[in-house]
Design a protein around this ligand. Structure first.
Ligand SMILES: O=C(O)C(=O)/C=C/C=C/O
Length: 490
């Protein structure tokens, strides 16, 4: 099915499951429609998996643990990972178009961030695995202790719809690097790039059964089946905190190992001594990139009072210049929200902001010219304090609040006054203050004078209700492998 949009001939794909090296429909033939967020039209069909498909996939993954995959050395696995990264880059244009069709994000963003980072996730872990060591301890002349790593086993990877291929590969690369096999469950709203990834893994030399993919929904569907399956050893999940709690209770019955990257309501703290133009250029991104549908977005902006008016005036002016529209138009800065349901949810927070006494300085509504598709103007709200729901709850849209502060201690308290703890941005040219304040912000990642600058060796994840565990570099191997300590008496 081809969808003509902005002069780009884009061919959507129907999505089947990928089990034991083959694309297969659901046994009961069930499918659901895949909707294009930019137009509201049907892109194609997706096989709807359930317990039966998940069980077939888990059986294939379990069997593959004992097949040729087990005999591959770390070096061999590294070569396969590198090949997957290479094939992602070879198919970059196709993957970028599919990602934009599925998500409504601008094509330039898929091309510049999502797909290149997906390839890099594989190249990074292909290299990392070659440097991986363990640990050994000499106990005088009594004993020598050394640790060995082995795969956890069959791992369920449950992925969100905001950065579909980036986040799926962020899990899949280390999962495979550590020698595991997997059943992937992409978000039902964004099935296409995950479907192509399965074929890329096969083409790169991943043996049948190592990588499996089952499409479907969460509750009473593939997601629930995966989290409850007794033969799945671990689950890595990125998504909403509420869903995380449901998965945790399901996984508890079989004591699965869990790695969670959940929601955030991230503070963006701006001191008056920072370079406002530089701050605003980055804050436009940290507020509205990917339609604000990024768990790391700095949706709570706190500005030192002496710079508040100047910041607000400049930031609003810059925001008004952002083009909202067709994701395939190269001038578009803000595309379509992922679905009608999410559009309504984000909109409800804008209405709530008015009820809570906030002022909408710009945005807050669908652009007049875009009556089809789920478009919302980037929105800036002032006049709300930390007691307001709009300041406390994750909105996951192009909506930010701005609040002034007077003292360092005050803004640290404001920033930490949340049950989330994923990321934060901090802007100041005072070196001592940067270290002092960053060390007091309760978040997994604190960016100083930047945002979303990523070194994949670093621990990535949130605290409090923003997640459990860290992934990245060695931290991924801590999750995706089991350590055994072997003690040899001398
Ligand atoms: O950059 C990453 O590794 C990552 O996990 C980004 C997550 C964004 C979530 O919305």
């Amino acid at each position: 099915m081809a969808t003509q949009t902005a002069g780009t001939k884009v061919k959507a794909i129907d999505c089947l499951h990928f089990i034991d090296g083959q694309y297969v429909p659901s046994r009961n033939g069930k499918t659901f429609a895949n909707i294009n967020p930019a137009t509201g039209e049907v892109l194609g069909t997706v096989a709807e998996g359930g317990r039966e498909e998940v069980d077939l996939a888990v059986q294939a993954a379990r069997k593959a643990l004992k097949g040729p995959w087990k005999k591959m050395t770390a070096h061999d696995r590294g070569a396969v990972l590198r090949r997957i990264g290479d094939l992602i880059l070879e198919r970059k244009d196709e993957l970028a178009m599919l990602e934009t069709l599925d998500t409504g994000k601008p094509l330039w963003l898929s091309n510049s961030v999502d797909i290149p980072r997906a390839a890099y996730n594989f190249h990074f872990f292909a290299d990392y695995i070659r440097a991986l060591g363990t640990e050994a301890f000499q106990q005088d002349d009594v004993a020598i202790n050394y640790s060995i790593r082995r795969p956890v086993g069959v791992v369920g990877l449950i992925n969100p719809w905001n950065l579909p291929l980036l986040l799926l590969t962020w899990k899949l690369a280390p999962c495979l690097a550590a020698g595991n096999t997997t059943v992937m469950k992409p978000a039902e709203l964004t099935p296409m790039t995950a479907t192509v990834l399965a074929e890329i893994c096969r083409d790169a030399g991943v043996p049948d059964g190592v990588v499996n993919l089952v499409h479907g929904f969460g509750p009473d569907s593939a997601g629930a089946a995966l989290t409850e399956h007794p033969d799945v050893n671990a689950i890595s999940f990125t998504g909403e905190t509420t869903t995380g709690k449901i998965i945790m209770s399901a996984a508890a019955k079989t004591l699965k190992r869990l790695s969670y990257e959940l929601g955030g309501k991230n503070p963006n703290i701006i001191f008056a001594d920072s370079d406002l133009d530089e701050v605003i250029e980055t804050t436009i991104k940290s507020s509205f990139i990917n339609q604000g549908e990024v768990c790391l977005c700095g949706s709570r902006i706190y500005v030192e009072r002496t710079a508040y008016d100047q910041f607000v005036e400049k930031f609003v002016a810059k925001t008004k210049q952002l083009t909202v529209g067709d994701p395939f138009d190269p001038n578009t800065k803000v595309g379509a929200l992922i679905s009608e349901e999410h559009f309504d949810r984000v909109n409800s927070y804008i209405q709530l902001a008015k009820q809570e006494g906030g002022q909408i300085l710009t945005g807050g509504k669908r652009p007049e010219s875009l009556q089809q598709g789920y478009y919302l103007e980037p929105t800036i709200i002032t006049g709300l304090d930390n007691s307001c729901r709009v300041v406390r709850e994750e909105i996951f849209g192009p909506v930010v609040t701005i609040t002034p502060f007077d003292r360092e201690e005050e803004v640290i308290e404001l920033a930490n006054d949340t049950h989330y703890g994923l990321s934060a941005s901090l802007w100041t040219n005072d070196l001592r203050r940067a270290h002092r304040v960053a060390g007091q912000i309760e978040a997994g990642i604190i960016w100083v004078n930047t945002w979303f600058l990523r070194d994949l060796r670093t621990p990535f994840g949130g605290m409090k209700q923003s997640g459990i565990g860290r992934e990245g570099g060695m931290h991924s191997f801590e999750f995706y492998s089991e350590l055994s300590n072997i003690c040899i008496k001398l």
